[in-house]
Design a protein around this ligand. Structure first.
Ligand SMILES: [Mg+2]
Length: 486
């Protein structure tokens, strides 16, 4: 047995090294391939080879594939010993003020999904504005609580989405507290040369990809401009034609271009032509455009920024999301290749790796914005979401592997329909995000009250306090000094 200490992710200090989300991702993929793992779909029974991992193996492997045999098929991958932790996230903007504000709490924080929780159909959910005020000090305890946003959505620059969110929620939202579906993709910019970027409005996702450092970004529009026969029923608009790159101006043919990876950044605006182009590349000889593999096993990797089949938009019923396109890509690939399987990958919630990414963002945000210790994470992170399959599943899975508590709260303003039984159970079900915020704060205050009453010892919530919180009340003990026992 080695005498070297084993680095346990989440317990020992995080290593700051050249490792990154991308490295960890690749390591996990290689391990999967080395194991010869056939990846099941979400609701399929994992094969014996997968008994040590999870049913979400067809999604982006977290930095470490679990080697723990205790993992169930309900849990996304969890980190295992000996794996390289993810590198810290670099906030997009520089740090803000780090002046210590004594009213900022250190022991807990919030993380929010956006669509269906704070925003719906481009408009703020009414209670969301109030919820932000409560977090920013307008509460009975006079405390301010740090928070970040973690959405699977995307298709804009992070700075742009933050500007929109700032207006909608009447607060200032910084890119330093914001992660969208494609944010982790920026760590792959050094990995691939020519990539195909799919989804979003106009040229936006190409611009976002280039801002991440990707050097040679082509879009479905570029391919259609070069060969309109690629998608017989799609005609580029004049603007699309003008804005698309002229791939033939490189002085060659489309077949001179080799796509090294496909990234679906945001929801497709034209599923039929995007599906055709993604499948063409998946079935090509090593990513070379206009070619066809004989074996259908040499296409480049295909990444989706998330796997949400449904999302909450303006329509009364949830709308189809990128996860649906992903299913179609995989199904049609199989149907058109004589049964060959296509393995694609998805970032975003519920992947534990995405929550770990969020953890580091939160730590950096707390340090840069609030002057709190970056080394010591908050004891509890309250995650508020509307989608059991991504928000609640991911939060609960993170809670299993994290040294601090991740507490899932499900709201009724989005995908989850009241009266139905969610497949993944939250710790708390509430009506709106305002109820979620109040619940978290009261639960914390009850915990502190318990500690206060016992001379500062760390105790779980007492029965009375729990009951009061469960009923939506502030527990009736006196908080002498809400910061005194931290
Ligand atoms: Mg949502």
């Amino acid at each position: 047995m080695s005498s070297l200490p084993v680095q346990r992710p989440g317990i020992g200090p995080r290593q700051v090294s050249s490792s990154s989300f991308a490295d960890a991702f690749d390591a996990a993929r290689s391990r999967l391939e080395a194991l010869g793992v056939e990846e099941p779909g979400e609701d399929e029974v994992p094969s014996p080879a997968l008994s040590s991992s999870s049913s979400t193996t067809d999604e982006v492997p977290s930095p470490a594939l679990s080697s723990s045999s205790s993992a169930t098929d309900e849990e996304p991958f969890s980190p295992s010993e000996g794996e390289t932790p993810l590198s810290p996230v670099t906030p997009i903007t520089g740090p803000g003020t780090s002046a210590m504000d004594p009213s900022v709490v250190d022991s807990f924080a919030f993380a929010f999904d956006i669509d269906g929780v704070l925003i719906r159909g481009g408009k703020p959910i009414p209670e969301a504005v109030e919820a932000m005020k409560v977090l920013n000090g307008e509460n009975e305890f006079g405390i301010k609580v740090p928070y970040i946003f973690l959405t699977n959505g995307g298709g804009k620059f992070e700075t742009e989405r933050c500007r929109d969110l700032s207006q909608q929620l009447e607060i200032e939202v910084s890119p330093g507290q914001f992660i969208c579906g494609h944010t982790p993709m920026r760590e792959f910019a050094d990995r691939y040369g020519t990539i195909l970027v799919v989804g979003g409005e106009g040229e936006k996702c190409r611009e976002v990809a280039e801002s991440y450092g990707f050097r040679d970004v082509i879009t479905p529009g570029d391919i259609l401009k070069a060969n309109a026969a690629t998608a017989p029923f799609r005609r580029l608009t004049e603007t699309e034609h003008r804005n698309s790159r002229d791939l033939l101006a490189r002085g060659g043919k489309l077949s001179d271009i080799v796509v090294e990876a496909v990234f679906v950044f945001a929801d497709s605006r034209d599923w039929a032509s995007d599906l055709q182009i993604i499948l063409d590349i998946a079935q090509s000889k090593g990513g070379r455009l206009e070619t066809r593999s004989e074996t259908f096993d040499e296409g480049p990797p295909i990444f989706f920024s998330h796997n949400d089949v449904l999302w909450s938009a303006a329509h009364e019923h949830a709308r189809l999301g990128m996860g649906a396109l992903r299913k179609i890509v995989e199904t049609v690939f199989e149907d058109t290749t004589g049964g060959r399987k296509l393995k694609t990958h998805a970032f975003g919630k519920p992947q534990v790796s995405t929550f770990e990414f969020a953890t580091r963002l939160l730590q950096q945000w707390r340090a840069s914005q609030h002057g709190l210790s970056e080394a010591k994470p908050p004891a509890t992170v309250y995650f508020v979401g509307d989608t059991p399959e991504s928000d609640i599943r991911g939060t609960n899975a993170m809670n299993e592997v994290s040294e601090n508590e991740w507490y899932s709260i499900l709201v009724k303003t989005g995908v989850y329909q009241e009266g139905t039984e969610p497949k993944y159970k939250p710790r708390k079900l509430v009506n709106t995000v305002l109820d979620a915020v109040n619940h978290g704060i009261r639960r914390e205050m009850a915990r502190r009250g318990s500690r206060k009453a016992t001379g500062g010892r760390m105790l779980p919530l007492d029965d009375l306090a729990l009951k009061a919180v469960g009923e939506g009340h502030t527990p009736t003990f006196e908080v002498v000094d809400p910061f005194g026992d931290m």
